[in-house]
Design a protein around this ligand. Structure first.
Ligand code: NAP
Length: 537
């Protein structure tokens, strides 16, 4: 695409401001370099990477295959970068993203250490006035947010967190200089994907480890391995085919649902298949399974029982195993993928505290107080997750025509194809609400291409104001809820995609169950209909 510059904007106004220099922001910047638009980006961190910049805790790594997560837009990039593991660790991911920023000269567009705090749309000039925490003001015709769906870290709502005199860190705000846990008395609060990774990574190093668990999760092996030379060659020589198959897959992963129905084979055959899946990489357990495991309670129970038997085999103390076995169905919460996680609980220096029976009452100067008593620690690690999906939006005061996005979304987001919201013109979301439920870079790649195309359409029409219609947003939002309403997860509503983990947040589905396939189908239909659903002025 090579669009002419929009020259009707007031002077000093950018055509496009991108917020965030993570996976989505970087690709969006790359796509903007192919246009004649003026653009820039602001990023709260001091470096690129988004999730992979902030979440530098021990054990942080992909659970999508590295080569399926990476960018596909440049043949040269694909050929020159060699991932060392099927599921790369955070340091390698961060250096890859830095390499991308440098390789395509994107860094010059990004102002770092700049957090956006407010945005207001001016109806007279059709531009956004964007204010940053540093007090700077940026004017831009269009704003594209790549601010992440898991980027607003959350601490437990207990008193005393600031009183603790030891070292404490949230995994999503992990210090650049790291945290020394060697030989230390360490507490980890939280056992989601992050907690599971950090616990496994530090258990061999700490003096002692106490894990504070509220909800156990169905964890299954990541089955990571180094990439051999032969595999490397195979991966690189089939990149185009891989990209095509990911783009046409349900969720942007290389794992696809089993071609047979669970009920078409015997219980023994199912167990044999699950044994294979247990030893297969990453998301195979969820997305390479029988689809009925996700849709039919009978098979969901059966697979959950299978995973339970694995937990009970791996954890020696049956009382500890009891606490580690979830009471929800597999997949009702996003399942973590692990490396030697359950074995950690066989170590004599590891204790598991069940917060359902003994909740935390406060953090003291020296440790953690529960209803059972206080334990002292050198280090407290908060692996307590995020105000998910809309949290990053809630933390910016976004207003247009006197209305606020936070208020408009109080009862749940209202979007058109997850990319735009009526009442908030010239604002586009990447990996925001109603748009993501798979391998994130593959979803965001589609979204960036869609948004870039929409901007191109505005330029072609000479339009300076683009807004999703109410009807289009209602149709998409209804579709999001309808798809979700029949899922097993909707019966439990315990996942962060419902906001259940954030005190006071309305319990409503904010994700999208249609995967990349559903999103792509809708976006293609919009593109093919000259952007029906948007109003250009
Ligand atoms: P999470 O899944 O929301 O887990 C947070 C954990 O903290 C849960 O165990 C939660 O318990 C607990 N918690 C929250 N508030 C608490 C409180 N007040 N008191 C006690 N415990 C509390 O967050 P996450 O582990 O950071 O993962 C978020 C998402 O990031 C993942 O689902 C995944 O999508 C992504 N991620 C991906 C990878 C990867 O491998 N690529 C790694 C890490 C994360 P409850 O369950 O009871 O709320």
């Amino acid at each position: 695409m090579n669009t002419p510059r929009i020259d009707s904007a007031p002077s000093g106004t950018l055509d496009v401001l991108v917020i965030g220099a993570g996976i989505s922001g970087l690709y969006q910047l790359y796509r903007l370099t192919q246009t004649d638009l003026t653009f820039a980006a602001v990023e709260a961190g001091s470096g690129v990477g988004g999730t992979w910049y902030w979440n530098r805790y021990p054990g942080a790594r992909f659970d999508s295959e590295s080569y399926t997560y990476a960018f596909f837009f440049s043949k040269e990039l694909r050929e020159e970068w060699s991932w060392s593991e099927h599921f790369a660790g955070q340091p390698e991911i961060e250096s890859y993203l830095n390499h991308v920023a440098d390789r395509f000269d994107l860094r010059k567009y990004i102002t770092f250490d700049t957090r956006v705090t407010a945005m207001d749309f001016d109806e007279d000039t059709h531009t956004w006035k964007v204010t940053t925490a540093n007090g700077d003001v940026i004017h831009a015709r269009f704003v594209i947010t790549g601010i992440g769906m898991l980027s607003a870290p959350q601490y437990p709502p207990v008193p005393g967190i600031d009183d603790f005199r030891g070292v404490s860190a949230h995994t999503g705000l992990w210090p650049q200089e790291g945290v020394d846990v060697a030989g230390k008395k360490v507490a980890v609060i939280g056992t989601g994907s992050t907690g599971v990774q950090v616990i496994s990574a530090i258990a061999g190093e700490v003096g002692s480890l106490t894990v504070y668990q509220r909800t156990p999760n169905w964890c299954t092996p990541l089955n990571n391995a180094p990439i051999t030379d032969e595999e490397q060659e195979q991966i690189k020589s089939t990149m185009d085919q891989l990209h095509e198959s990911l783009k046409s897959s349900f969720a942007g992963f290389m794992h696809n649902f089993a071609p047979v129905e669970a009920g078409a084979v015997s219980h023994e055959e199912r167990l044999k298949f699950w044994e294979q899946l247990y030893n297969a990489p990453g998301f195979a357990k969820l997305l390479g399974n029988y689809m009925q495991v996700m849709t039919d309670k009978v098979y969901n129970r059966e697979f959950s029982d299978f995973v339970e038997s694995k937990i009970r085999t791996r954890v020696h103390d049956p009382k500890v195993a009891d606490l580690l076995v979830p009471d929800h169905g597999y997949g009702a919460k996003r399942p973590p993928f692990e490396t030697n996680y359950y074995e950690v609980y066989n170590q004599p220096n590891v204790e598991l505290v069940d917060l359902r029976t003994t909740p935390i009452t406060k953090i003291t100067e020296t440790g953690i107080e529960t209803t059972e008593g206080t334990e002292d620690f050198d280090v407290i690690i908060y692996a307590t997750g995020f105000d998910a999906i809309t949290g990053a939006y809630d933390r910016i005061d976004i207003t247009a025509g006197g209305a606020s996005l936070n208020s408009a979304w109080e009862d749940g987001p209202f979007t058109f194809v997850g990319a735009s919201a009526p009442g908030f013109p010239n604002l586009f979301f990447l990996v925001g609400p109603h748009s993501s439920s798979g391998n994130v870079p593959r979803m965001s790649e589609r979204q960036v291409d869609f948004v870039t195309g929409t901007l191109g359409e505005a330029v072609r029409r000479g339009a300076t104001r683009v807004e999703a219609t109410f009807e289009a947003a209602k149709e998409w939002t209804d579709h999001v809820y309808e798809l979700n309403s029949t899922s097993l997860a909707a019966e439990e509503k315990i996942d962060y995609t419902y906001g259940t983990n954030t005190p006071g947040k309305k319990i409503v589905f904010r994700h999208y169950d249609g995967g990349l396939a559903g999103l792509n189908a809708k976006m293609t239909a919009v593109e093919d209909s000259s952007y029906a659903g948007f109003e250009f002025k």
